[in-house]
Design a protein around this ligand. Structure first.
Ligand code: NI
Length: 247
């Protein structure tokens, strides 16, 4: 069930049996020569969408992330961390007003993790400091789409050391499965991109000139993407149900 494809009456009915919602959260940023700019937002949306077929409610995708380090590549977009946190707070407050209490953030971008956790701290602080005690207690959870045990093991088995850290074959494969008309090919040299750290966008581009980190996304296939997306959706659905039952 998807929030933006539902009516208010359907949401009202859903709230009678569940107060939990899945929010895909990602980024709009370069993903190397054969990866789509939307990859990090598309992956949690695709996997969340499969999970939502079980009946859980999925929010619209929070699709601009913390991606300052990609800003030397055309098409990349970023929020400042402070804007990102403020936006998370407004999304949660909007949904909490209607009675949602459990917010399951399904993330697709490693660069979001620190700021999502800071967002949770802000959300909890605003409740802890509310002297009116008028706000319903809520719970937030962060889950990266690739972190389920079976999904993680499958990524390792499929790609080994060519998996890398950015523009990975697994995430490119998931988008190829969902968007077969948008599969890109490009020469990749070296085959496996360099690895390492970075600071700002200029530093990133100097170290990782084609945008990839440690990966060989030419290994991606839509068939593997289907397998990974369905595996991740199965693990996410089970994890969401556990979370929704937490008091
Ligand atoms: Ni990515």
């Amino acid at each position: 069930m998807r929030l933006h494809l539902s009516t208010w009456q359907e949401v009202e009915t859903y709230l009678q049996t569940s107060k939990a919602i899945l929010i895909p959260i990602g980024s709009t940023e370069q993903h190397g020569p054969n990866g789509l700019i939307g990859t990090d937002a598309l992956c949690p949306e695709i996997i969340g969408g499969l999970a939502a077929e079980s009946g859980l409610l999925m929010a619209p995708t929070f699709n601009i992330g913390v991606a300052q380090h990609h800003m030397e590549f055309p098409g990349s977009m970023t929020l400042r961390p402070s804007t990102f946190i403020a936006t998370m707070v407004d999304w949660v407050d909007s949904l909490a007003k209607h009675g949602f209490t459990h917010f399951y953030w399904l993330n697709g971008h490693g660069g979001n993790i620190a700021t999502i956790n800071a967002g949770f701290a802000e959300i909890y602080a605003s409740r802890s400091l509310d002297t009116g005690n008028g706000r319903t207690p809520i719970r937030c959870k962060l889950r990266n789409w690739w972190q389920g045990k079976e999904t993680y093991e499958k990524c390792k088995a499929l790609y080994g050391k060519a998996h890398g850290a950015h523009a990975t074959p697994s995430e490119v494969a998931v988008t190829q499965f969902a968007y077969p008309d948008h599969i890109k090919t490009a020469p990749l040299s070296p085959e496996i991109a360099p690895s390492g750290g970075y600071t700002d966008a200029r530093d990133y581009r100097a170290r990782f000139p084609d945008g990839r980190i440690g990966s060989n996304p030419a290994l991606a296939t839509p068939e593997d993407g289907e397998l990974l997306a369905k595996l991740a959706a199965k693990e996410v659905t089970a994890d969401f149900e556990r979370f929704a039952a937490e008091q």
